[in-house]
Design a protein around this ligand. Structure first.
Ligand code: SF4
Length: 329
């Protein structure tokens, strides 16, 4: 199943499942995720903690450890079948053509080495640069990500820089391989509010300047509203809705999407209390029968407690609910 734009996608995922063997048996953290990302597109993957959005991305990067199993009917990047690619070729691809940045820049950088050493290491591996060309490329990348006095900053250690500056360095390292796809996993969550907007603006500016695709993983619908072309909403390991951002914000169809949007402070103006979604995302070993969202859904019917809905085409998008809200957009 393909759930995205009609043009040949850069990334194509169909029925991705990621399972882990535990004492309670084989449990699926991600179950049947299908999505596509076109060249130069910004796709937001949104959901609460435990929705599986990070695990799905780690599977694309080939970073699920040996305790996990990854299956899919289709997992293709730039025409290459990632399911049959050898381990070496997969490692070459991840980090170069597909790069990823994470939530905690301070822990992603090695505290024992200078920023310059770590950035140059990445440039050495991906672009095989040496000597002055290597230093010039490192300075140029730090400059591109908005680090002032970049030549001097090459000698700085991570602890001598702020969280925002460290995230800029991580972005520079991710760009060292000239990726066609950058996956940013909660890239602003650990940062001060004032810095969050700067990092988001930087990611969008780099995405436009380089024409690369960007997957932005976040729990924050506000972040998605400002940046994304298309939004994929995940819940308990499944995609529950996906559609162009404008349509999703104007007319959400899945009750979970609507609840996430209702919880945005700007949509609650005049209300005394900010709406919240009762309960929590069920854990990997704790998933209910029927629709996984039914214990928290105000619209749940008897059928929702027994039948697991499939992801179905719906207007310009897809929805996993036989009783969606309003009309499709
Ligand atoms: Fe709610 Fe039922 Fe739709 Fe699930 S299938 S989201 S419980 S209405």
């Amino acid at each position: 199943m393909t759930t995205g734009t009609a043009a040949a996608p850069l990334l194509e995922i169909a029925d991705l499942a990621v399972g882990f063997t535990t004492r309670a048996g084989h449990l699926r953290a991600v179950d049947g995720v299908s999505l596509t990302v076109a060249d130069g597109e910004i796709v937001g993957i949104v959901g609460e903690s435990g929705s599986g959005k990070s695990v799905a991305s780690l599977a694309v990067m080939g970073l699920i450890d040996t305790a996990g199993t990854v299956t899919a009917t289709r997992l293709r990047f730039a025409g290459q079948d990632l399911l049959t690619l050898g381990a070496r070729a997969r490692r070459r691809l991840a980090g170069a053509e597909i790069a990823m940045i994470f939530q905690e820049p301070m822990t992603s950088l090695n505290p024992c080495f200078t920023v310059g050493f770590q950035l140059k290491e990445s440039l050495r591996v991906h672009q095989r640069l040496r000597g002055r060309a290597l230093t010039a490329a490192a300075v140029a990348l730090l400059d591109q990500v908005g680090i002032p006095d970049p030549a001097a900053r090459l000698e700085a250690f991570p602890h001598q820089m702020s969280g925002g500056m460290c995230q800029r360095v991580m972005i520079a390292i991710a760009l060292a391989g000239n990726p066609r796809l950058l996956i940013a996993d909660e890239p602003t969550t650990a940062l001060d509010v004032t810095i969050q907007k700067q990092i988001l603006d930087l990611l969008v500016a780099l995405q436009r300047a380089r024409g690369m695709a960007l997957i932005l993983i976040t729990h924050d619908m506000g972040v998605v509203a400002e940046t994304c072309d298309r939004v994929v909403v995940m819940y308990a390991g499944q995609v529950v809705e996906q559609r162009p951002a404008r349509a999703l914000f104007a007319r959400p169809r899945h009750p979970y999407t609507a609840a996430l949007l209702d919880a945005l402070p700007e949509r609650a103006l005049g209300r005394r209390r900010l709406p919240t979604i009762p309960g929590v995302v069920p854990g990997i070993g704790d998933r209910p029968d029927g629709c996984l969202f039914h214990p928290r859904c105000a619209r749940a019917q008897d059928v929702c407690r027994t039948d697991r809905p499939a992801l179905a085409p719906d207007g310009a998008g897809w929805v996993r609910c036989p009783l969606p809200l309003g009309d499709p957009a």
